[in-house]
Ligand binder design. Structure first.
Ligand code: UDP
Length: 452
């Protein structure tokens, strides 16, 4: 049985370092080792990987706790030097969906606390939780360890439920309540965009002083403009094709169906285009609705465009870059997107984007400069925007790359370090709220043996 120890006193806070030396990153429902583009693995996984790497490069060790989903997984994996992934046993390896995981949070939290208890007090300097399930774990660990909890929601149930696509199941009330609790408890809330920060404040009652905007980044070394003709050969599309690209998890929220309808519209308006049009859909099913790949294939068949649509399984970043380079236009017609990394990656490859004007996409795409934003989800509007952007591709391409260059994972990591340091300093400062002073007193009393 792993050792347990009583709650520690919070003093001496001043002995804590100014900058974190080790971060406990919580990613309960999806692992940074998973291939994004299917199931629960998407932008959040990329975010955790990219940020963890850059923190490690700054000398800050990162330990990522994630749920083990296979008996083959070793308990500990070194992702890169300085970044460790810990596979936590919490429930059966397979067969649990994201909605089953609230019942496993106690098991997950216990494993995280026991891991920390193997070390000297103060082993972790800060907790960073991703998605509300992890926030629930982080909230308890924060109280137990006396270190700040920094939380990234990535998506918010209230926002998602306000923009549901046909066939998409609403997020349950349990998640809404869970998110509200995490928002109330976290020491810092990290939003991808100013819009998300506003949503946290207005819809969840977040304290504006603890809510900060940290834009995500893009890997500008992997996602480069490169040789378009070579990319087309690699991807297997003719040099003179008009290539429209969708990349992402296949789910109603991402609206790949809007792209198929828009492609049918383009062909109806210009039948001669059929010999040149290629629609690439890269990704695999996730969640409900369009979860069955054949549903999208059936839609293509019913629209009479099977011959121009190709479904491509999830690709690793290098191969994905070739798909972006090969495309004339990347299309992101999502009903909601907390940011939209795919839009940024396409632009980094010099490919302009047609995107829905929702969520983080107006930040990810500079309307008229790196692509075009479309209000609503009418396929006719997407067809018109695609035509316009395809015609202006050469002009928009440099703007797309320039816009992508204004984002960087290194800056994301730098801003997070500042947020960690500010939260650590605040926790260590003598000026503490009455609630915290009571909590400190209880901790000090317990640690002195009073509670046992
Ligand atoms: N992705 C990938 N391979 C694929 C499809 C997607 O690696 O075949 C990655 C893509 O590079 C991007 C992420 O998945 O970084 C999707 O992030 P985005 O913010 O666009 O959407 P999310 O998944 O967060 O909803």
């Amino acid at each position: 049985m792993p050792a347990r120890r009583p709650l520690r006193p919070v003093a001496p806070w001043t002995a804590r370092p100014m900058l974190p030396r080790r971060v406990a990153t919580l990613s309960v429902h999806t692992s940074p080792l998973d291939q994004p583009g299917a199931g629960d693995a998407g932008g959040m996984n990329v975010y955790v990987v990219e940020v963890s790497r850059r923190l490690a490069a700054r000398g800050i060790a990162v330990e990522v706790f994630t749920r083990a989903t296979s008996s083959d997984l070793p308990p500990v994996v070194e992702m890169v030097p300085g970044v460790t992934v810990r596979h936590v046993s919490a429930g059966p390896f397979e067969g649990l969906g994201k909605h089953d995981l609230p019942a496993q949070l106690c098991a997950f939290t216990a494993a995280v606390l026991r891991e920390e208890a193997r070390h000297e007090p103060g082993f972790y300097d800060v907790l960073h939780s991703h998605y509300w399930l992890s926030g629930q774990v982080g909230w308890l660990a924060r109280d137990r360890w006396g270190v700040p909890l920094v939380h990234s929601a990535h998506t918010l149930a209230k926002v998602k439920n306000a923009a549901l696509a046909d066939g998409d199941a609403p997020e349950p009330m349990a998640r809404v309540i869970g998110e509200e609790q995490v928002v109330a408890e976290a020491d810092r809330l990290v939003a991808n965009t100013a819009e998300e920060a506003r949503q946290l404040v207005r819809w969840y009652g977040a304290d504006p002083a603890r809510t900060l905007v940290v834009p995500p980044g893009v890997d500008l070394a992997t996602f480069t403009p490169g040789d378009r003709a070579a990319a087309r050969r690699t991807v297997g599309v003719p040099e003179d094709a008009l290539v429209l690209l969708f990349v992402g998890r296949i789910q109603p929220l991402k609206a790949p169906d809007v792209l198929l309808h828009a492609a049918a519209r383009l062909l109806a308006d210009e039948p001669a285009l059929r010999s040149r049009l290629q629609v690439l859909v890269v990704g695999a099913p996730s969640g409900s609705g369009l979860a069955e790949p054949r549903q999208l294939q059936e839609l293509a068949a019913s629209l009479g465009i099977t011959d121009v649509v190709r479904f491509v399984p999830p690709q690793a970043a290098g191969a994905l870059a070739d798909h972006y380079r090969a495309a004339d236009v990347a299309v992101v017609p999502s009903h909601n997107e907390s940011f939209g990394l795919v839009a940024l990656e396409a632009q980094a490859c010099g490919t302009p984007v047609v995107a829905a004007a929702v969520g983080g996409l107006p930040t990810a795409v500079a309307d008229g400069v790196s692509g075009v934003l479309v209000d609503g989800h009418d396929p006719a509007d997407y067809a018109a925007a695609i035509r316009k952007v395809a015609e202006r591709r050469d002009e928009l391409s440099p703007g797309a790359r320039r816009h992508a260059e204004s984002f960087s994972w290194d800056r994301t990591a730098g801003s997070l370090v500042e947020a960690y340091a500010a939260a650590m300093a605040e926790m260590g400062s003598a000026v503490r709220s009455p609630r915290d002073r009571v909590r400190d007193a209880v901790r000090a009393f317990s640690a002195g043996g009073g509670a046992r």
